[in-house]
Write a protein that binds this ligand. Structure first.
Ligand SMILES: Nc1nc2c(c(=O)[nH]1)N[C@H]1C(S)=C(S)[C@@H](COP(=O)(O)O)O[C@H]1N2
Ligand SMILES: [Mo]
Length: 312
């Protein structure tokens, strides 16, 4: 069962965590053993390719990144099922190439980008970000990507563009979770334009120096580190500039639980989960959750004068 690396029960004991070197070694072994497309297809964890040159960023956290094994096996991606291990297990038929993302709406130069266009658009950076899920767990993930602003500038947003809407893939043939009526598919998300243009907001194409695996939102996903994880829409197909606040899939599903802003706020509990503390995957004692997930110095000013209990 060499290729089934996603079967561990969580929480993960430190002793169970596979160091990255071992993960790479195992993958190289599988390649060397000549296992073909069929073997790779059942385990998207082994389909990733190494990314090119990656620049370090002063916006990275200095905290220790969560073990790669946890990052790729403990996921929320309901299009592949609602269990934490479902995405890694069920994403094997999902195709991430060829892939295009449409960027349009209120802009002068709407355009469809292929993944290779995106890779030429801006230098890839490493952004080590704290990530916090509304369910009460957190990770530190070394994303590889570039500011969303670099992409938006290419299409020349009009002054009337006040929001950005994100729409993600919804392919019934390869995403078994779409058969479940949990969300109003496709998964959609939104940001205010100033949030979208903020330097912390990135599009990620990889993590740990390799292309994203399907379970993490390949081939590209949004990452907004001061907001709850569900803002980070995976496997994006469309980015649209609008003048109205976009509807979001979680807000449609449960408006009293998920607001448009979704800023990490230890003082505003989710109706079912306290947001005051969190469990960092790989650790046992809980940590206190920080306002804006620790990014207050960067982003608190975006919300000056707003009642963040009302705009949750
Ligand atoms: N398309 C899509 N994007 C999604 C989700 C999803 O179910 N579908 N889940 C969200 C939630 S709740 C979280 S916490 C993060 C998890 O990202 P990760 O699995 O890469 O850590 O993805 C977010 N993006
Ligand atoms: Mo989440």
């Amino acid at each position: 069962m060499l290729i089934r690396i996603n079967q561990d029960a969580h929480p993960i004991a430190p002793s169970e965590i596979t160091p990255e070197s071992l993960y790479r070694g195992r993958r190289n072994f599988i390649r060397a053993a000549g296992l073909g497309a069929a073997a790779l297809a059942v385990s998207p964890a082994f389909a990733a390719a190494k990314l090119g040159a990656i620049q370090k960023s002063p916006l990275s956290s200095t905290e220790a990144p969560t073990a790669l094994k946890s990052v790729i096996s403990y996921n929320n991606f309901y299009e592949f099922g609602t269990g934490k291990e479902d995405p890694a297990r069920n994403a094997g038929r999902f195709k991430t190439r060829p892939w295009t993302v449409r960027v349009d709406g209120l802009c002068a130069k709407p355009r469809t980008f292929a993944i290779d266009d995106l890779l030429k658009l801006a230098p890839l950076e490493e952004r080590i970000y704290r990530m916090r899920c509304v369910e009460g767990w957190s990770m530190v993930i070394p994303w590889n990507g570039f500011p969303l602003a670099s992409l938006l500038k290419q299409v020349e947003p009009l002054g009337s563009a006040k929001f950005v809407e994100f729409v993600t893939a919804a392919d019934r043939a390869t995403m078994p979770g779409l058969a479940l009526p949990v969300l109003d598919w496709p998964y959609t998300e939104g940001l205010r334009i100033d949030e979208a243009m903020h330097p912390l907001t990135i599009l990620a194409l990889g993590l740990y120096g390799e292309e994203l695996l399907a379970q993490n939102g390949a081939p590209l996903r949004l990452v907004v580190p001061w907001k709850y994880g569900f803002k980070g829409a995976k496997s994006l197909v469309s980015i649209r500039l609008t003048d109205k606040q976009p509807a979001t899939a979680w807000n449609i599903a449960a408006p009293n639980e998920y607001g448009f802003y979704s800023n990490v706020n230890p003082e505003v509990d989710h109706p079912r989960w306290s947001q005051a503390s969190e469990r960092r995957i790989g650790e046992f004692t809980k940590r206190k959750t920080l306002p804006f997930n620790g990014y207050a110095d960067h982003v608190a000013r975006l919300y000056a004068g707003m009642d963040l209990r009302k705009f949750y």
